[in-house]
Structure formats: C-alpha cells, structure tokens
Design a binder for this molecule. Structure first.
Ligand code: ADP
Ligand code: MG
Length: 233
C-alpha cells in the first residue's frame, strides 16, 4: 500500500502550524510559570528540583524552535549544484556511532552515475538526517537501514528503508501533520519539514509501510528544481 505524500495543502496551512506552535510552546511556558511560583514558596532542596524541571521545559521549547528554524531562515537558503550522494554518505558517517550503539546496520547503494542536483544542499541534507533518525527510532531492538540513490529521466530517486516497527493506516494518513507524533519525546516536526523542503524543490515523497515489517520512504527530485527557484526569490 503506497501513499503519495505531497501534502501541499497540509503543509501550507500556516494557521494550523501557528496554532500548533502556540500550543506546544504555551504548555511548557505555563508549567514554567507555575514552577517559578512554587519556588517562591519552597525550601532550598525543593527549589533545586523545580529549577531542574524548568530547565527541561526551556530546553524543550528551544528544541522545537530550532527544528522550525530549518524552515524559517530564508537568508540561509542557497540553491546550487551539488552531489547528493556525497551528502548522504556524510550523513551516514556522522550517524554511524549512534547506529553502532543501537545495533543498527546502515547500508547505501549508490548508482554510479547519479547526476548533480540543483537544490538547497543544507535543507536536502536535513531531509536525509530526519529520515534516518526516524528509521533508527523505528528500530528499538536494532535492525537495518538501507539507503539508495538512482536517477531516471531527469529525476533523482532517494530511498530510505528500515525493517522496523512500521505504521498503521491511521499513522500513514497523519504523518507530516505538524506536531503529529507517536513518540514520548517526539516533536512531530521532522516529516512536516521533509515534506515542505521536498515540495520547495518541486519533488514528491511516497511512503510504503507495513506494521511490524518496516517502512520505505522514496523521495523523487527533479535534477533541476525550477519550481524551487521561483519560491525562494
Ligand atoms: P517525530 O519523529 O518527532 O515523532 P516525525 O515527523 O519525524 O516526528 O514523525 C512523525 C511520526 O511518523 C512518528 O512519530 C512515527 O509515528 C511515524 N514515523 C516516521 N518515520 C517512521 C518510520 N521510519 N517507521 C515507523 N514510523 C515512522
Ligand atoms: Mg522524527
């Protein structure tokens, strides 16, 4: 069961996103306000405990904001010709230590003649990072993540496959909605950011997932992202 995920209508609903951000940030802020009040009425030991929770809540807000910065920094968006295969290899090298700790084996099948891509290197690298992170988190007992890069008719196809927990139909429908997460400590922003970035490059994402078997994301990108240039300048 494959689903095409070009959720342009979803990711462009700025109002939804703003409401989500407001909600996600107000919760920790409310608890910080309450804790400050408590500190005033507490002894030294208790106030140390409350200060710890305040720091955790502040870090949570900071993390959400930094995830969103990927989208909110137009001056840092710079399109150029670059080698996506090298970028993927760099991400794998970077994540290798964590993969080892988690008993995850990452492989990368790179076709010889994958052409250069015209796009925003940092953003497309971020997409790969987010997808490998999700794949690792879908492998609580270890497993395999297989990446591949091929090209067909002026398009580059990148796939990220894992043999992890997979998704229900309900999950598949909802992924990419801002703040949709099934994880205790998730933000539910990773895939929304992936969809937005790929959309900005005139590409699309397809997901194929089966519960308890695994998940495959396939990203299709035009070699020359014309639509993207218009949307940036
Ligand atoms: P987060 O990782 O913070 O939960 P994401 O937007 O990256 O947010 O992912 C949203 C949800 O999509 C996850 O909580 C999970 O339910 C599902 N998901 C994403 N990638 C995978 C995967 N490789 N395998 C299984 N479920 C996944
Ligand atoms: Mg994620």
């Amino acid at each position: 069961t494959e689903e095409i995920l070009l959720k342009s209508e979803k990711v462009s609903l700025i109002g939804d996103l703003a409401a989500g951000i407001a909600h996600e940030i107000r919760n920790p802020l409310t608890s910080i306000a309450g804790l400050v009040q408590l500190i005033n009425e507490s002894d030294h030991e208790k106030s140390i405990f409350f200060k710890d929770i305040i720091l955790t809540e502040i870090n949570r807000i900071n993390f959400i904001v930094s995830e969103l910065m990927v989208l909110a920094k137009p001056h840092a968006v710079y399109f150029s010709w670059f080698n996506i295969v090298d970028s993927i290899q760099n991400v794998i090298d970077l994540m290798q230590p964590e993969a080892n700790l988690r008993n995850v084996i990452i492989s990368f099948e790179r076709e010889k003649d994958v052409p250069l891509l015209y796009g925003e290197k940092n953003q497309l690298t971020q997409v790969i990072i987010n997808m490998i992170k999700n794949a690792m988190e879908a492998l609580p007992d270890g497993g395999e993540i297989s990446l591949a890069a091929t090209s067909v008719d002026g398009h580059v196809f990148l796939s990220v496959k894992d043999n992890g927990v997979g998704m229900t139909d309900e999950q598949k429908k909802r992924i990419g909605e801002p703040f949709y997460t099934t994880k205790y400590n998730g933000t539910g922003l990773g895939l929304m950011i992936c969809f937005k970035i790929i959309q900005n490059h005139g590409g699309s994402i397809v997901v194929d997932s089966k519960l308890n078997e695994g998940t495959t994301f396939v990203i299709k990108l035009p070699e020359h992202a014309v639509a993207a240039i218009d949307s940036v300048h």
